[in-house]
Design a protein around this ligand. Structure first.
Ligand code: ZN
Ligand code: ZN
Length: 388
C-alpha cells in the first residue's frame, strides 16, 4: 500500500494551525484543483487528496486522533464515541455544498441568481420532547458568508466592477463546430458566475463569491405540541447569497417519533393499561404515567368496565399549539382474566353465576383436566395466530 501523504503537508499548513487557517488553505488549494476548473490529468487526484486532508483536519475529533495515532479513526481504527448527527438531518453533505461553491451554481435560469437558496433538513424528536417543547442543536453544511471579507467578496482595497468577460450580462455564448454546422450554446459566465460583476481584488479565501462552505450548528426552538411534518423556519441560515445578497432560510421539518407507550391522534394521546377482571368489575383508580416528565394521571375506572373500553381524561394529551390547553388522554382498558384459578375458586364463581341466573359452564365442557393441570396445549396452539 502506498504511504499516505501527511495531511498538514497536503494543505501546506503547520501542525499547530488553527481551524480558520486550515480552512483558508484548503479553499485556496481546492479552488485551483476542482475538476470543474482544472483540466490537468492529475488535478482530480490532487483534489481528492486535499479534500481528504481537510475532512480530517477540520473535524476536531478526527484531527486529534490523527495527531496522536496517525489515524483519524483512532488507535484501532474504531471511531469511538462520536455522535453521528447524520440521522437527524438529510439531504445535504459537504459534497453538494462544494459543487455549488466550486461549480458556480445552477446553469439554468435567465437571470443570474445571487440570492441564497433555502435549505431543508429533517429533525427527529421524541414524543416527550414534542410534548414539552425543546431546543435542539442541528449540525449541517452550508455556504455561509465568508469570514475573511464579511461576505463582500472583495479583498482589502478591492472594488466591484462590471464583468469584462460577459459585459455585465452574466451569460456567455459559445460557438461549437459540429457535423451539423455551428451550434451556439448559452451558459452562465464562468468569470462572474452570472452576476455580471467582477472584483479587481477578490478575497482569496472565497475567490470573490463572498461565501464559503461551512459546517454550521444552529439552535432550533421546537414549540410544545409540534406535529410530525410541521416545518419551522430559521431565517437566514440557508445558503448565503453571493457577495452579500440575501441568504436563504433553513427549513427544519420536524418528525415526531412515537414510542411504544402512546399513540397520537391529533392532540389526543392513547395508551393501553392492564386492569384485572375484578378491578374492571368493581371499579378502581389507576395511576397512569403521563407524557410530561414526572406526570401522574389519576384515572377513574368505573365499576363494570369492559375490555377495550376507552376512558377519557381531559387536559392530559398533547399541548395545543398557540394555547395553554391540552388534548385528552385516552386510556384503553385491557382486562386481564386470571388463568390460574383453583377448582375451588371456580366453584365459588359458578355458584355466584348460578345465583345470577347466568349460563354456568359445566365441568365436562372444560374437560376436567383444564381445571387442575394447566393444560397448555390449547393455549399454545392458539397463540401463533395473534403473533405479529
Ligand atoms: Zn461575467
Ligand atoms: Zn471572502
Amino acid at each position: 500500500m502506498e504511504a499516505k501523504a501527511d495531511y498538514y503537508e497536503v494543505l501546506g499548513v503547520s501542525r499547530d494551525a488553527d481551524a480558520r487557517t486550515i480552512k483558508r488553505a484548503f479553499l485556496k488549494k481546492a479552488r485551483t484543483l476542482h475538476p470543474d476548473v482544472n483540466k490537468a490529468p492529475d488535478a482530480e487526484e490532487k483534489f481528492k487528496e486535499v479534500n481528504e486532508a481537510y475532512s480530517v483536519l477540520s473535524d476536531e475529533r478526527k484531527r486529534a486522533n490523527y495527531d496522536r495515532y496517525g489515524d483519524p479513526d483512532g488507535p484501532s481504527g474504531f471511531g469511538g464515541g462520536g455522535v453521528d448527527v447524520s440521522d437527524i438531518f438529510g439531504g445535504f453533505g459537504m459534497d453538494d455544498i462544494f459543487s455549488s461553491f466550486f461549480g458556480g451554481g445552477a446553469a439554468s435560469g435567465r437571470a443570474a441568481r445571487t440570492a441564497g437558496r433555502d435549505m431543508g433538513i429533517t429533525l427527529r424528536v421524541t414524543l416527550a420532547e414534542a410534548a414539552a417543547g425543546c431546543t435542539k442543536t442541528v449540525a449541517y453544511d452550508r455556504l455561509a458568508p465568508c469570514d475573511d471579507c464579511n461576505g463582500s467578496g472583495c479583498a482589502e482595497g478591492g472594488h466591484v466592477t462590471t464583468c469584462s468577460r460577459c459585459h455585465g450580462t452574466g451569460r456567455v455564448v459559445t460557438v461549437q463546430q459540429t457535423i451539423l454546422g455551428q451550434m451556439q450554446t448559452q451558459s452562465e459566465c464562468p468569470v462572474c458566475h452570472g452576476t455580471g460583476h467582477s472584483i479587481d481584488h477578490p478575497c482569496e479565501t472565497c475567490g470573490g463569491q463572498g461565501r464559503t462552505p461551512n459546517h454550521e450548528t444552529v439552535k432550533v426552538d421546537i414549540p410544545a405540541g409540534v406535529h410530525s411534518g410541521q416545518s419551522l423556519k430559521v431565517e437566514g441560515f440557508g445558503e448565503a447569497g453571493i457577495r452579500g445578497d440575501r441568504s436563504g432560510d433553513l427549513i427544519v421539518r420536524v418528525e415526531v417519533v412515537e414510542g411504544e407507550r402512546f399513540q397520537r391522534e391529533g392532540d389526543d394521546l392513547y395508551c393501553m393499561e392492564d386492569v384485572t377482571a375484578l378491578e374492571a368489575m368493581c371499579g378502581c383508580t389507576l395511576d397512569v404515567e403521563g407524557v410530561m416528565a414526572d406526570e401522574h394521571v389519576s384515572v377513574c375506572v368505573p365499576a363494570g368496565s369492559q375490555n377495550a373500553q376507552h376512558i377519557e381524561v381531559e387536559g392530559y394529551g398533547m399541548p395545543r399549539q398557540g394555547s395553554h390547553a391540552r388534548g385528552k388522554l385516552v386510556v384503553v382498558l385491557n382486562v386481564v382474566v386470571p388463568g390460574d384459578l383453583s377448582s375451588a375458586d371456580l366453584e365459588t364463581i359458578r355458584v355466584i353465576a348460578a345465583a345470577r341466573g347466568e349460563r354456568v359452564p359445566g365441568e365436562a365442557a372444560d374437560s376436567g383436566e383444564d381445571l387442575f393441570g394447566h393444560r397448555h396445549g390449547r393455549a399454545a396452539s392458539a397463540k401463533p395466530k395473534h403473533r405479529k
